[in-house]
Design a protein around this ligand. Structure first.
Ligand code: ADP
Length: 442
């Protein structure tokens, strides 16, 4: 087992990983920017190293500084968390070259899945249903034929895309050239890769994803699904598990396809297959080769510590449970609490002057903020994840209502009120919402 792990992240996920390490008796090294000197992950870690100035580019994305920190603190492994360098193939590769274990899949798998076109091809070869699309858009005639076949709308997406960037929906053929150029520009700027491709745009799907966990000995388990359809600008806001609309047969079928794909790839670690789901059909969108923000809802309903499992399999251990042992019980919901105005969505960094966190049976808060903490303006605005768990969805919703009511964060704006509205809405309660929910809500 690892003796010391460097956590290449900040905020709630750095704490989440730190806690898992503690339970496994692993020492931790936090990295931080100059702006994060008093952050909770730095206070709680056994050691910490400043890796650069406030901007993420100069610190949490600064590969040479992070590798130097790993070398001087003599760690056996690096956990990347999510975001930042978690899906950076080069980072994983450099870590491998330094004989330090990257807690995640090998760099080749990150590369294969990091490119959405290549991921689509692999999934197709593995009988995982994909969104109908056109990977090569160099021939205008082919685009025309594709549109004639599938009909508008279509969506242009960046091959290296992430965070909803580089996407353009086309409802009218005349918008095609302009939208392709705009998507290419945005993709180039965000990912330094202007390759874009086309998918059929599904008009009212749900976003449903399957969690997998795999060791290096050929054992793979699937841990149910998450419904992440409550999104704003393609950013998830609320996630729940299980989904209200999947039948057990559908769950089993899609999970088995994912399991087989993971086996045939020889993939190791945690991973997520993201699908759009419409009219009882699944359409693969992408695979995330890392821990997801929304992993807690899966942990709650499967009673599995995904971060601990991730560390254990990375250290070479065999999974100590099989698919038959995975029992989905109860219902869990996660609300992402952001430091932003509930109506304008403008980020609201600043000092938290008063803080009271909800608690009680079935209420979990994953957060790194505290009273008098000053939220820096340089990073993502998510400051907490509020997770509830109950025997039924109704209980989970009821607990979420209570927890949101109880949550006090003064000094900055948050989206708590927005969550309260959503949770109470008939559409959310019915469970029949799709990915357009928030655009109707605005
Ligand atoms: P990213 O990696 O940038 O987050 P995804 O491929 O995961 O991009 O898509 C993000 C979101 O965009 C999806 O959850 C969905 O809401 C929307 N989306 C993406 N592709 C399609 C599509 N073909 N049809 C309809 N909506 C889509």
């Amino acid at each position: 087992m690892f003796k010391k792990v460097l956590i290449a992240n900040r905020g709630e996920i750095a704490l989440r990983i730190l806690r898992a390490c503690r339970e496994l008796n692993i020492k931790t090294v936090a990295i931080h920017s100059e702006a994060d000197e008093s952050a909770m992950h730095v206070r709680m870690a056994d050691e910490s190293v400043c890796v650069g100035p406030a901007s993420a580019q100069s610190s949490y994305l600064n590969i040479p500084a992070i590798i130097t920190a790993a070398t001087i603190t003599n760690v056996d492994a690096i956990h990347p968390g999510y975001g930042f360098l978690s899906e950076n193939q080069r980072f994983a590769e450099i870590i491998e070259e330094h004989n330090v274990k990257f807690i995640g899949p090998n760099s080749q798998h990150i590369k294969m899945m990091g490119n959405k076109i290549s991921a689509r091809k692999i999934m197709k070869d593995n009988n995982v249903p994909i969104v109908p699309g056109l990977n090569d858009i160099s021939d205008k005639n082919k685009i025309k034929q594709f549109i004639d076949r599938t009909e508008l709308p279509i969506i242009i997406k960046a091959a290296s895309g992430g965070g909803g960037k580089g996407m353009r929906i086309i409802k009218d053929y005349s918008e095609l050239d302009k939208s392709i150029n705009a998507a290419k520009l945005e993709a180039k700027k965000s990912f330094n890769d202007d390759t874009v491709y086309i998918e059929k745009f599904l008009t009212s799907p749900k976003h449903i994803e399957i969690q997998i966990l795999s060791d290096s000995h050929g054992n793979v388990v699937t841990l149910g699904e998450r419904d992440c359809s409550i999104q704003r600008k393609h950013q998830k806001l609320i996630e729940e598990s299980p989904s209200t609309i999947l039948t057990q047969k559908e769950r089993d079928q899609i999970s088995e396809l994912c399991r087989k794909a993971v086996l045939s790839l020889g993939y190791e670690g945690v991973g997520t297959f993201e699908f759009l789901y419409e009219n009882h059909n699944f359409y693969f969108m992408e695979m995330n080769t890392r821990l997801q923000v929304e992993h807690p809802v899966t942990e709650m309903i499967t009673h599995t510590d995904l971060v601990k499992q991730q560390i254990l399999v990375a250290s070479g251990q065999k999974l100590n449970f099989s698919q038959d042992d995975v029992k989905i019980q109860g219902h869990s919901i996660e609300c992402r609490i952001n430091a932003e105005h509930p109506e304008t969505f403008i980020p609201s960094p600043g000092t938290v002057t008063q803080y009271h966190q909800p608690g009680g049976l079935g209420v979990r808060v994953d957060s790194a903020i505290y009273q008098e903490y000053s939220i820096p303006p340089h990073y993502d605005s998510m400051i907490a994840k509020l997770i509830t768990y109950g025997d039924t969805r109704e209980v989970s919703i009821q607990k979420m209502k209570g927890a949101l009511e109880e949550y006090v964060i003064i000094g900055i704006d948050t989206n708590i009120q927005l969550h309260q509205k959503i949770i109470k809405s008939d559409e959310f309660i019915s469970g029949k919402y799709d990915i357009n929910y928030m655009s109707r809500f605005d």
